[in-house]
Design a protein around this ligand. Structure first.
Ligand SMILES: Cc1ncc(COP(=O)(O)O)c(C=O)c1O
Length: 447
């Protein structure tokens, strides 16, 4: 008997279920994560891509050479694109503009066409990615799988995700925790598990701002879960309770998982795991909690795993600010190190200070930090003797500013400042890359 898959889709599913109890300091109950980024396309959505397209072809709604159009936040697009390539179909996707740049590029890499639409418009607005997809499907005589209403979406999870979890836990699962976008995962897997054991509790995790759990609708950052409408694919009756997760908790949990468990996940996985930890509190030691991690983190390097983006969104505390982040914040306003050579004239030094509106000018001798010209001292000397401006910088320079590493935290950097030291030179890998004054730090903290 051959034991290799017939094609890449044969390598889909049967994703690992791993313990993640370092997050709870090893305490009971058993907490297991179903790692859906092990699928060939990197997410849980591979399962529904093939399921929806195969069914459409079987039902005669789609033929080889035909076009598939879908509104998708990205992962469903990948799942559909893989299936479309294998089935000889052309794929077109519409996507809200809040989704990461990586996701767009990824779909294009699979050979799909991607149309970007505004995020903050009502679902029925003609510009919304739902409406644009319907229009494109009509114009191109394309098939719209519509993961939000297609029964083959939850069915894929009823046939694969649910049975895998049942088998992998030897029927010991007591709680399934999952986010819901279309609700396909939680409804399909949930239905299967409840059929095996009606006592299995199904817990939905919903972002603050989504209406699935009944809250007030407002924009949020978590990608892939939560809705501003109730999709036909979700069976709300199956869900025993909801945990509502803030953006901050989801993003910080995703970061924590990397540190403590060693793998990268997306923000919806962060939310789901945050929800699972709430569920674990108060459960008996025999409980077995399974949480679905829909995708990996390498799709979110420019957001979730980008400190500047995290800080701009208020997800990182100021204790994690470093001198480098202060320099980044200064942006292009001024060249980061304005300096003068020891052999230049004091007139040149003065001109530089005026041009850049600065009052301290480091003296660098071939990159070495050898001294400092201060505007106040220079002006005082020039008032006494105007000819001093013709003299070299080395004749008037004072002791150099302290040089510190860019990775230094602001808290540690503060200790270097004094009346005599109003600024620090910041270096990285032995090169001076900027100057940070007390004012720059206060300005950054005040943002
Ligand atoms: C990253 C991510 N997480 C979670 C989900 C939600 O899965 P479902 O639509 O099955 O509820 C999606 C769906 O698009 C997703 O892209």
């Amino acid at each position: 008997m051959v034991d290799y898959p017939a094609d890449i889709l044969g390598a889909m599913g049967n994703t690992p279920l791993v313990r993640i109890d370092r997050l709870r300091g090893g305490r009971a109950p058993t907490l297991l994560a179903k790692l859906e980024f092990y699928n060939p396309g990197g997410s849980v959505k591979d399962r529904i891509g093939i399921s929806m397209l195969k069914a459409a072809m079987d039902e005669g709604k789609l033929r080889r050479g035909g076009t598939v159009v879908e509104p998708t936040s990205g992962n469903t697009g990948v799942g559909l694109a893989i299936a479309a390539n294998l089935l000889g179909l052309h794929a077109v996707f519409t996507m809200p503009d809040k989704m990461s740049e990586e996701k767009r590029r990824l779909l294009r890499a699979y050979g799909a066409e991607v149309v970007i639409c505004p995020t903050n418009v009502a679902p029925e607005d003609p510009r919304s990615y739902y409406v644009v997809a319907r229009q494109l499907a009509a114009e191109r005589n394309g098939f719209l799988p519509d993961q939000y209403s297609n029964p083959n979406n939850p069915l894929a999870h009823y046939r694969t995700t649910g049975p895998e979890i049942w088998r992998q836990t030897h029927g010991r699962i007591t709680h399934l925790v999952a986010g819901a976008g279309t609700g396909g995962t939680i409804s399909g897997a949930g239905r299967y598990l409840k059929e095996q054991n009606p006592k299995v509790q199904i817990v939905g995790v919903d972002p603050e701002g989504s209406m699935l759990s009944g809250g007030k609708v407002h924009p949020y950052k978590i990608e892939g879960i939560g809705e501003d409408m109730i999709p036909a694919t979700i069976d709300l009756g199956l869900i025993d309770r909801w945990e509502v997760c803030s953006d901050r908790n989801a993003y910080l949990m995703a970061r924590r998982v990397v540190k403590e468990e060693g793998f990268l996940i997306g923000s919806s996985g962060g939310a789901a795991i945050w929800g699972a930890l709430q569920v674990c509190d108060g459960l008996s030691a025999e409980a077995v909690v399974v949480v679905i991690v829909p995708d990996g983190g390498d799709r979110y390097l420019s957001k979730l795993f980008n400190d500047a983006w995290m800080r701009d969104n208020g997800f990182l505390d100021d204790t994690s600010l470093t001198l480098l982040s202060v320099l980044e914040g200064k942006g292009d306003r001024i060249p980061q190190v304005v300096s003068v050579a020891p052999g230049a004239s004091l007139k040149e030094a003065y001109r530089l200070m005026r041009t850049h509106d600065i009052s301290q000018l480091p003296v660098l001798d071939e990159g070495r930090n050898v001294g400092l010209i201060e505007e106040r001292a220079l002006l005082a000397r020039a008032m006494e003797d105007p000819k001093v401006l013709e003299r070299p910088v080395s004749a008037l320079m004072e002791a150099p500013l302290p040089e510190v590493q860019g990775g230094l935290s602001l808290e540690a950097a503060m200790r270097h400042f004094s009346k005599e030291t109003p600024a620090l030179l910041v270096s990285r890998a032995g090169t001076i890359i900027g100057l940070v004054s007390k004012g720059d730090i206060v300005e950054r903290l005040a943002r």
